[in-house]
Structures are given as C-alpha cells and as structure tokens.
Design a binder for this molecule. Structure first.
Ligand code: GLU
Length: 293
C-alpha cells in the first residue's frame, strides 16, 4: 500500500447508472494503479432526496462489478456532529454567519442591485445578512467569502483551473434552512477525515472544486489532487443523470457495463473475465494517468 487513498462517493438518490459507473470505475482504477486504498462513502446528507434502501443497491451494484472497497463504507447521515464541529470552527473565526433570507428575498435584493443570475442559473448571494440578522431569524449558515478568493488548481485531466469564489459563487450555504449540511462542507470534512489524497469524480462536479479548496484552506485541511472524468451523455446530448431518467445499471452482465464505462475513459476493449479486464485496465490506466518516470 502507498500513501494513496481514493474514494467513490455516490448519493443514494437513484441506483448506479452508466454515468456513475464511469466515476466509480475511474476512481477504483486510479487507486489500484497507485497501489492505494479505495473507499466508498454514501453521501446521504440530503435526507429529503435520498431513497431508503438505495445505498444497499449501490453497494451491491459495485460488488457485482468487482469493485470492492478496502474498508467499510461511511454514511454521511451519521456524521452531522462532525459537520457541526467544522461549522462551529468557521463561526468562531467569523468565517461563517447565519442568514435569514429566502430565495425570494435574494432575488429581490439582486434585482434591486441590477444583477441577475450567475452561471448555471445560481444566485450569487448579495450579502444581505453579512452584517447581522437585524432582528430577523437565521435560517441557514453561509461561508463568508470576503477577501478576493481566487482559487487556482490543476485538474489531472483538464489541466489548470481557476475560480474567483467571491464573485463567481458568492457566500455559499454550509447548512441549509432544513438543517441539512451542504454537500460542500460534508465532502471536505469527510475527504480529510478519511485521508483522501485523490478525488476522481465526474466532470459535472469540476465547478465545486474551488469552493472545496477554499473550505479546506479555512479549516486547515489538506487539499487532495483532483481528476474529473468524462460524462456519459444521453440521447438529448445532456449529461446522463438520475434526474433525466438514466436507466439503472444492469449488473446481470457486469462486464458489458464495465466495458461501456471503460470506453468512455478511453480504455481499450478487453476480452476475458471481469477480473482480467479490470486488471488489464489498471495497467493501461497507469500509463495514462500515473506515468512512471
Ligand atoms: N455525491 C456526489 C454525487 O453523487 C459526488 C460527490 C463527490 O464525488 O465529490 O454526485
């Protein structure tokens, strides 16, 4: 074993589909190519969107594909106390503050300022509650992105990236109105606590990375290396997702499913058993992403 720890972090809002298998396979291959550990984390922090029992389905689908975690999975729903500690740490340093604004309040404030939606239709929070709640009741908690927070990082596949979190994203939510901790906070706390050195996940998550690096810096946590994998597109050209009705992965033929995922990753066809194909792809992956000097 080397110092490498990787992970696959599915949200049990739907079973694995062809797109999520690409991320699962890539993160497994990268861990094996580095002689490292591969962990599975069930990201069920958003309880309202999670479907009971789907965590088990996902774990079975991974096992059927020959992707076995090197430790017991972690469930985010059991870790609220840890996320609260991280939030308390940020609040103590005045890096997080309570917010009383509804979506409507934010839209009204932004239109008063003559500002519309930012990229992806997200609203950049106008900062209404930064100076206090002024008698209103706090509903959520936000990160204070006061300083010019330009984050530079390099993706192992996509190359150099940068984002000014303060202006492009704004003071983002750490704990929501419904009491759920936000993905950004949970993922950063867990990656650090699980000793994750390399995050390999779908390209649709690339845009979250700068926010996560900023949080790591604020919480004094190490920053892993990142590699974002190509997405599987549906017939309409959109990313295949649970939301647009992606079919559950058919694990009665795991090799066929793995081959489709491997081809998205640019890995060659392989005939033979699932175990043989996986081990051939590890060698190939080593050449693609882990060149030996
Ligand atoms: N839970 C996220 C998802 O299923 C992945 C998070 C991550 O890999 O950082 O899309």
């Amino acid at each position: 074993m080397t110092g490498y720890t990787g992970r696959f972090a599915p949200s049990p809002t739907g079973p694995l589909h062809a797109g999520s298998l690409v991320a699962a396979l890539a993160s497994w291959l990268d861990a094996k190519a580095h002689g490292g550990r591969w962990l599975v984390r069930i990201e069920d922090v958003d309880t309202a969107r999670c479907v009971p029992g789907l965590d088990r389905v996902i774990l079975q689908q991974l096992t059927a594909c020959g992707l076995h975690p090197d430790a017991l999975p972690l469930w985010q729903s059991q870790r609220s106390a840890r996320y609260q500690q991280a939030l308390d740490q940020l609040v103590a340093r005045d890096l997080a503050y309570p917010c009383a604004c509804s979506r409507k309040d934010i839209e009204t404030a932004l239109s008063r300022l003559g500002q519309g939606r930012a990229r992806h239709g997200e609203l950049v929070y106008p900062g209404t509650c930064r100076t206090g709640l002024h008698g209103r009741t706090g509903r959520a908690w936000r990160l204070r992105t006061d300083a010019k927070t330009i984050i530079h990082w390099s993706d192992r596949r996509l190359g150099p990236q940068q984002q000014d979190v303060a202006t492009e994203i704004g003071d983002f939510v750490l704990k929501r109105v419904d009491g759920c901790f936000a993905y950004q906070l949970a993922v950063v706390v867990d990656d650090a606590e699980q000793g994750v050195t390399n995050v390999v996940r779908g390209e649709d998550l690339t845009d979250n990375t700068a926010r996560q690096i900023l949080l790591q810096q604020f919480l004094g946590l190490p920053t892993p290396r990142y590699l974002h994998t190509p997405l599987v597109l549906g017939e309409n050209g959109e990313k295949l997702s649970k939301q647009n009705g992606a079919q559950s992965l058919d694990t009665t033929e795991p090799l066929a499913a793995l081959k489709r995922a491997a081809s998205v990753l640019g890995l060659p066809e392989h005939s033979g058993s699932t175990a043989e194909a996986l081990s051939a792809w590890v060698t190939y992956w080593q050449r693609l992403y882990n060149p030996v000097p």
